[in-house]
Design a protein around this ligand. Structure first.
Ligand SMILES: C[S@@+](CC[C@H](N)C(=O)[O-])C[C@H]1O[C@@H](n2cnc3c(N)ncnc32)[C@H](O)[C@@H]1O
Length: 418
């Protein structure tokens, strides 16, 4: 056994090729690479342990936990994130999803698309849009009763919805829209102007066929080794969310998460196309999420989050690792992880600061860097704040930990601070 000083950013030596094929189901802003939770899961937990991410985004941590034989739990307050988490940690067999797509294709009767907002109509060929509207109706997503609409989807329909979110817009033949970026939705006005200027015609894509093609790629690696749990809710309500669950999971042995950034990402605004399919207004989504806080409010938010961890993390051996990026504000770089360690964790009785590991992120890996308006706010340093409750057991070179350099790559060990 070794101690926390032995935790190193060895995850950088793993490249995309190694990922489980469910990970890239749909692009998500602020997502971290699966190798990051993989490393911590292997060093800090054993097979069968519970790994929780209260701000799970696209579900990187819970999926990786399930792939690594742990029980992955993902929670998020963004409906898009819930769908992706649920699809990844409780997937139906590929054959069930395929049969459901075939069934939907057989029963297809083109609905009217007159009621669809012009901003969506301009992106799709009428045949493609009719199929999307049909699927939205078949899944009951056009109902007003949110969040029941997403919570009551069958496992197959949840998986198909996850696949649809992933292919709704992009630049190649696998996507359904006019040619546009896949990572985020550009502003409505910009897209409108671009379509007009370039004379773009929406491609006539068959949604059912594209879904079957996508299913084959996404299911390439088969289902993860274990099944997990997905929840929709505010991280601060996790104790009641978990208590109300049909099957309440055990307390977490490891929390591995990246909480919302400080004033950087607007998940609603930049996903207005995908959110149309979920019948959600971008503004409503942004108002719900805690992504626009100033430093004081952010520290309060993190205090509430750590208080809640008291109820959901194992009281004797639980570890909470928070990935927190440095942020530039008014020309000053804020080491947010240190602020959280000093202002939030240190004064609390329930957790002790173990250490802060530094992870240098290459510029082009931060999706937030592409926005003109927030450029420069998210900087290239992420830090992983490790807090713990009792004695921490760091497993030494456990079997199954994939940290060997791949051909042509150097294992790079960055610098640390304590
Ligand atoms: C940095 S992202 C996490 C990305 C994730 N690690 C991944 O790989 O996709 C932060 C997440 O926090 C979620 N969030 C914001 N406020 C929340 C709240 N109060 N409760 C739960 N989730 C929240 C956002 O929807 C977003 O998905």
């Amino acid at each position: 056994m070794s101690d926390l000083d032995d935790i190193r950013p060895a995850w950088r030596s793993l490249k995309r090729k190694w990922e489980h094929s469910f990970h890239p189901m749909c692009s998500y802003m602020g997502m971290f690479p699966p190798s990051l939770p993989h490393y911590f899961i292997h060093r800090l937990t054993n097979e069968g342990d519970v790994v929780l991410d209260p701000f799970a985004g696209r579900g990187t941590t819970p999926l990786q936990a399930c792939v690594d034989g742990r029980i992955g739990i993902g929670n998020d307050l963004n409906p898009m994130a819930y769908i992706l988490n649920k699809a990844k940690v409780t997937p139906p067999p590929a054959a069930t999803v395929r049969e459901r797509i075939e069934e939907l294709r057989l029963q297809y009767n083109p609905p009217t698309i007159d009621h669809v907002p012009q901003r969506i109509q301009m992106l799709y060929h009428e045949n493609t849009l009719s199929q999307l509207v049909y699927l939205k109706q078949e899944f009951g997503l056009d109902d007003a009763d949110f969040p029941k609409t997403i919570l009551s989807l069958s496992p197959a329909d949840t998986f198909i919805t996850g696949l649809i979110l992933g292919i709704m817009h992009g630049q190649s033949g696998q996507y359904l829209s006019v040619s546009m970026p896949n990572t985020f939705s550009m502003s409505e006005g910009y897209v409108e102007e671009y379509i007009e200027k370039e004379g773009l015609e929406p491609p006539n894509r068959n949604v059912f066929q594209k879904l079957l093609d996508r299913l084959r790629t996404i299911y390439k690696d088969g289902p993860p080794a274990r099944r997990g749990h997905a929840f929709f809710g505010d991280a601060r309500d996790l104790p009641s969310t978990l208590a109300d669950a049909e099957e309440t999971p055990d307390r977490a042995d490891l929390v591995f998460t990246s909480p919302p950034y400080l004033k950087v990402l607007k998940y609603g605004l930049y996903n207005w196309i995908r959110l149309w399919f979920l019948n959600q207004e971008p503004d409503t989504v942004d108002q719900r999420l805690d992504d626009e806080l100033d430093l004081e409010a952010y520290l309060e938010f993190m205090t509430d989050t750590f208080e809640v961890m008291d109820d959901v993390v194992d009281p004797d051996t639980g570890v909470a690792a928070f990935v927190i990026g440095d942020v530039d504000q008014n020309g000053e770089t804020i080491n947010l992880a240190r602020e959280v360690a000093e202002e939030v964790v240190a004064p609390m009785m329930n957790f002790e600061v173990g250490r802060i590991v530094e992870d240098r992120v290459p510029d082009n890996e931060k999706v937030s860097r592409i926005w003109g308006d927030t450029k420069g706010e998210a900087t290239e340093i992420d830090r992983i704040l490790i807090a713990h409750r009792g004695e921490v057991t760091v497993r030494e070179n456990p079997s199954g930990l994939k940290t060997k350099s791949l051909p042509g790559q150097q294992e790079t060990l960055g610098s640390f601070n304590n």
